[in-house]
Design a protein around this ligand. Structure first.
Ligand SMILES: O=C(O)CCC(=O)C(=O)O
Ligand SMILES: [Fe+2]
Length: 192
């Protein structure tokens, strides 16, 4: 895929490489803030484990009763999100859904479940959802910064809130819960 805009031409691969570099830098800053070496995540979260998802939300006449994306947290370390000018993304803050002002010139960074577990709840995985637009379709691009399935996720502090788990185990549990209950349970499953 090639995106053209005001004489600028950039391939999807170039976009993914740039976002991947940004994700590594952000992870380095977050690791350093908690006293770890900036390269702490470099080995486990190589570009081959991360992925880019292109989301399309068709217009929905019975919005807002219908969600474009159900409330959820992301099952990764962090997510880098780009959205168009339509809007619809909402974050849960202090029990209330807050609409994120759409700005195609900006990137949104979400902390995911793995950073919450690793930081022992210092960093919080934000619950979010997408409300469909009545008249217009919406597009967004999400880059998920993930480790390999074998990577063990363990709190970087003592008195861990969560038991140690592998990323593969976490993904399997999420898939099983969605199949059985119709929704993701996520980190509460791993509380000690
Ligand atoms: O489309 C958006 O704004 C959010 C996408 C999202 O949350 C996801 O893909 O996990
Ligand atoms: Fe998400």
């Amino acid at each position: 895929m090639v995106t053209k805009r005001i004489g600028l031409s950039i391939t999807t691969k170039q976009v993914a490489t740039k976002i991947s570099n940004l994700a590594q830098k952000l992870a380095a800053i977050l690791a350093e803030q908690l006293g770890y070496k900036p390269d702490f995540f470099e080995r486990d979260c190589s570009a081959t484990n991360c992925y880019l998802r292109l989301n399309r939300y068709p217009a929905c006449p019975i919005s807002p009763e219908v969600f474009g994306l159900m409330p959820h947290t992301d099952s990764d370390f962090l997510t880098i999100l780009h959205q168009d000018q339509i809007g619809g993304l909402q974050l849960l803050k202090d029990g209330r859904w807050i609409s994120v002002k759409p700005n195609p010139e900006a990137l949104i960074i979400n902390i995911g479940d793995l950073f919450q577990a690793w930081s022992n709840n210092i960093y919080k995985s934000v619950e979010h959802r997408v409300v469909a637009n009545k008249n217009m379709e919406r597009f967004s691009t999400a880059y998920f910064f993930c480790p390999s399935y074998e990577t063990m996720i363990q709190s970087c502090f003592e008195n861990s809130v969560y038991r140690e788990f592998s990323f593969g185990e976490f993904r399997e549990q999420v898939q099983e819960d969605v199949k059985t209950h119709g929704y993701k349970i996520g980190l509460p499953r791993f509380i000690i």
